[in-house]
Design a protein around this ligand. Structure first.
Ligand SMILES: Cc1cc2nc3c(=O)[nH]c(=O)nc-3n(C[C@H](O)[C@H](O)[C@H](O)COP(=O)(O)O)c2cc1C
Length: 201
């Protein structure tokens, strides 16, 4: 059984991205299991909290990222950028760097739900860049931004889902992540990371 860790970058109770996250989790194929972590429970990253122990919630978050086979982030775009709550979560996961931070080799894909008809892509590309720079693996050539999101959710048999075109695109985003996992795309990045860290004085 493979685990996908779902993270939502909005703390709002009725978050569109939270709804998208729950739709996505229901779309996982057989053999995949969804876990959720509320990144809003993490304190602001502060290196002074990095002693022999770190805050329990930060340790649990690092463990959740490390043990997940893949991560699927849903997030808004705030002021043409990635919301601080997601960046803060990445900062926690990115330390300690040695021997490997918890992101190294971990495949991630991201979807953005926005009320806007034109925006959202910057938040997505921010996260892909940052994740890759921390040693993670991302889906390169396919981006899923759910624009005009409030009108894209429908109910089917008492369960919320997306209208057909958006649902097909969401499934494709998940399949791209699953392929990274199944092809063990993280292994080469782990090897590069280990070579780099071994070269450090
Ligand atoms: C501080 C702030 C900044 C925003 N900036 C953007 C933006 O740059 N691009 C965009 O597409 N939407 C922007 N929005 C609108 C969001 O798309 C909208 O609030 C959306 O519902 C947020 O996601 P959520 O429903 O998951 O909370 C912004 C909203 C807030 C509160």
């Amino acid at each position: 059984m493979a685990t996908i860790l779902f993270l939502n970058g909005s703390l709002r109770r009725d978050s569109l991205n939270g709804r998208l996250s729950r739709v996505a989790a229901r779309e996982l194929p057989e053999g995949y299991h969804a876990e959720f972590f509320d990144v809003g429970t993490l304190p602001f990253y502060n290196a002074d909290l990095e002693g022999e122990t770190v805050p329990d919630v930060a340790q649990r978050f690092r463990d959740a990222v490390r043990s997940a086979d893949g991560v699927f982030v849903t997030t808004p775009e705030y002021n043409y950028a990635l919301p601080g709550v997601v960046k803060n979560a990445v900062d926690w996961a990115s330390r300690p760097m040695l021997p490997r931070n918890s992101i190294v080799g971990t495949p991630m894909n991201v979807a953005v739900a926005t009320v806007s008809a034109t925006n959202g892509i910057r938040s997505l590309t921010d996260l892909k860049r940052i994740w890759a720079n921390c040693g993670g693996v991302t889906v390169n050539s396919f981006d899923f931004v759910l624009q005009n999101a409030p009108g894209k959710f429908i109910e089917q048999g008492g369960v919320e889902t997306l209208e057909p075109v958006s649902l097909t695109t969401l499934r494709f985003a998940l399949e791209n992540l699953e392929r990274l996992i199944e092809h063990k795309a993280g292994q080469v990045i782990e090897a590069n990371w280990d070579a780099y860290t071994a070269s450090l004085p």
